[in-house]
Design a protein around this ligand. Structure first.
Ligand SMILES: [Zn+2]
Length: 459
């Protein structure tokens, strides 16, 4: 915990509200200060560009960015061969090696340009799905660029704006006391933003969360998909009355069709998925037709086979991204850790931006059968399981799966048998332990992990 976090933890709630607003003022300046209006206009102007214009735009940006990387960024200068540097200077992305998270974790500074000394530099820690932090370095302009992108392509597409009151579920520890009896949010008056604690959400506390939305006249919700889904389940179970909302824009976790339906009913507004990484390597957002468009002016997204060749449409592969937003510490051909596929169907909204058919799951979310078969998206076993509020698969051994579930009121032995049967249907003859639990612990950043594997080392 940093010093500011320690001080924050010792403030009374009013003091934490003031701190949240002071922090909010700083973030507001950081994200919406000088240059923001131009960046926003740029994204809006490019909104309906044809693909060939985007391709030319990408080629131009790649040439500058890759050339700078070859000459001015210690890691690339050191690890790329002479041929690769030549390819970089010519803007030929596909000839460059893929980048994993490990070198970034061990030496984040090696990815920053050594010919530029920005006046102000910001460090954000992202924990990623495995909980190991990746340190990203940003300039103020890049923070503005990232906000402009989200405003134009997420909030505006969803019919709302960052200038309207919002609530956020994120990994921030907003209520430091794990045993707090509420309130479970803090309020940033500068941006009219309610920060919800992802760590205190329960059936007993759900009403307090809804009350905060009413009190602060919140217009839209954004942040962790699973937290909003859980809150929606509690709202339905308890019959809570929700104030009018314009939209929910989910981030960070996979939004399934089932989650979307429950949330649309509970919140009484449309739900949009945003797919990105905190590193800002990739950005995709849903239009009014709920298709997930990749923004080509935010970076180059590739979907690759294990041999490195590009996947065909409809073919699932690994997501590899080269983001344009962060030029100071760029991640080039970064292995995001997700599996996805391109959708060949054009979108009825008329935007030619490519569509992701589905982000199928995290590469890490792999369950391995006794015969060696690998499965992503294993949490699909909960589809249609109305008596499971949330569930987590823990692979303890090749032949042993523990399924932790938070049961709904009418849960019974037949449901447990059904879950066990579904696991065996997918993996064959394995032992399955279905364990009802009060709640499923979040990872250090408050995110929900659908699958935990203890046999990762050999995968
Ligand atoms: Zn569309």
């Amino acid at each position: 915990m940093g010093l500011t976090d320690k001080i924050y933890a010792h403030l009374p709630q009013r003091g934490q509200d003031v701190a949240a607003s002071a922090f909010g003022l700083y973030r507001h300046w950081l994200r919406s200060g000088p240059g923001y209006a131009d960046l926003l206009r740029g994204y809006r102007d490019r909104d309906a560009w044809p693909l060939d214009r985007f391709a030319a735009y990408q080629a131009e940006r790649l040439k500058v960015m890759l050339g700078n990387a070859a000459d001015h960024i210690p890691y690339y200068r050191r690890s790329w061969s002479a041929d690769e540097k030549a390819a970089a200077r010519a803007g030929r992305l596909s000839e460059l090696p893929l980048l994993s998270k490990d070198p970034i974790r061990s030496h984040p500074q090696d990815f920053a340009r050594d010919d530029a000394r920005p006046l102000l530099r910001y460090r954000f820690l992202t924990s990623g799905s495995t909980g190991t932090p990746v340190s990203t370095l940003w300039t103020a302009r890049e923070a503005r660029d990232a906000r402009a992108l989200r405003e134009a392509r997420s909030a505006n597409w969803a019919g709302t704006s960052f200038s309207e009151g919002r609530a956020t579920f994120s990994g921030r520890i907003v209520v430091p006391d794990a045993n707090s009896d509420g309130p479970f949010h803090r309020y940033n008056g500068v941006e009219n933003q309610v920060y919800f604690s992802a760590f205190h959400l329960s059936r007993a506390n759900a009403g307090r969360y809804v009350e905060a939305l009413r009190r602060h006249k919140t217009q839209w919700l954004t942040g962790y998909a699973v937290s909003y889904y859980l809150l929606a389940r509690h709202i339905q179970d308890l019959g809570l009355d929700v104030p009018p909302l314009k939209a929910v824009v989910t981030t960070s976790e996979k939004l399934t069709a089932g989650m979307r339906t429950v949330m649309e009913q509970a919140y009484g507004c449309p739900v949009f998925e945003e797919y990105g990484t905190v590193e800002n390597a990739v950005f995709a957002s849903e239009c009014a037709h709920h298709r997930l468009h990749v923004s080509p002016d935010a970076g180059v997204v590739e979907i690759l086979r294990p041999d490195g060749s590009a996947c065909d449409p409809d073919e699932a592969g690994e997501v590899v991204a080269t983001g344009f937003v962060r030029q100071y510490q760029p991640f080039i051909r970064y292995r995001v850790g997700d599996v996805a596929a391109w959708d060949p169907e054009p979108c009825a909204c008329g935007r030619p931006m490519p569509v992701l058919k589905e982000v199928i799951g995290r590469v890490e979310d792999v369950v391995v059968g006794p015969d060696g078969r690998q499965m992503v998206r294993f949490h699909g076993i909960f589809v249609g399981q109305d008596q499971v509020v949330e569930g987590q698969i823990v692979q303890e051994a090749l032949d042993r799966i523990r399924v932790k579930i938070v049961p709904a009121a009418a849960y019974g032995p037949a449901d447990a048998a059904d879950i066990a049967q579904r696991v065996r249907q997918r993996l064959g003859d394995v032992s399955v332990i279905v364990e009802p639990v009060e709640s499923i612990p979040r990872s250090a950043n408050g995110k929900f992990k659908a699958v935990i594997s203890h046999i990762k080392a050999n995968g």
